[in-house]
Design a protein around this ligand. Structure first.
Ligand code: S3P
Length: 178
């Protein structure tokens, strides 16, 4: 493809990060720019399970959801030319990042707790944030997971940026000027 940066080849691009860091919106913008297929893992899981993420958590439990995620990572890592947005908890199992890294570029999107709250605070589709003190819950979950996000070498700050601006930064990261 003419506009695909050569350094990318057919490697997948995987956008990880906490809820509300813009993985899906950025992934869509990036896929459009690269003329690639975009896959949102939560959406794919909902379609296959024929029920929402909150319903999966409520009726089958979080471990069941994590097992679905794990199987999907293995499936998608065997493909290429994809832009993938996993759910924010994908880093909880290091095998997921290991598998994604074998066939793709893993990039971590970051945002402050305040920005995250602004982006997802009212969304009933985040079962882990259904609590009165949402900012407190975001901070608590972030504190538990920060070392896992920090371990990813490629990091991008997203506060105050549009999805397309972040997509352009990702392209610049993956295809540095020579
Ligand atoms: C989760 C993040 C959600 C979704 C589920 C669990 C998490 O995805 O997979 O609610 O553990 O951080 P988003 O990051 O797309 O909101």
């Amino acid at each position: 493809m003419a506009n695909t940066p050569p350094v990318l080849g057919s490697s997948n691009i995987i956008l990880v990060g906490f809820m509300g860091t813009g993985k899906s919106a950025t992934g869509r913008a990036l896929a459009a720019r690269l003329n690639r297929e975009f896959l949102d893992m939560d959406t794919l899981i909902e379609q296959r399970e024929q029920r929402s993420i909150p319903a999966i958590f409520a009726d089958s439990g979080e471990p069941y959801f994590r097992a679905l995620e794990r199987a999907l990572v293995q499936e998608l890592s065997a493909r290429n030319d994809l832009v993938i947005a996993p759910g924010g908890g994908i880093v909880l199992n290091p095998d997921n990042i290991r598998d994604f890294s074998r066939t793709g570029h893993v990039i971590c999107l970051r945002a402050t707790p305040e920005m995250i709250l602004q982006r997802v605070g009212d969304d009933p589709n985040r079962p882990l944030l259904q609590t009165a003190d949402k900012l407190g819950r975001i901070r608590e979950l972030l504190a538990k997971r920060q070392h896992l996000y920090d371990a990813i070498p490629l990091q991008i700050e997203t506060d105050g940026k549009t999805a397309d601006e972040v997509a352009l930064e990702i392209l610049a990261l993956l295809n540095p000027p020579r």
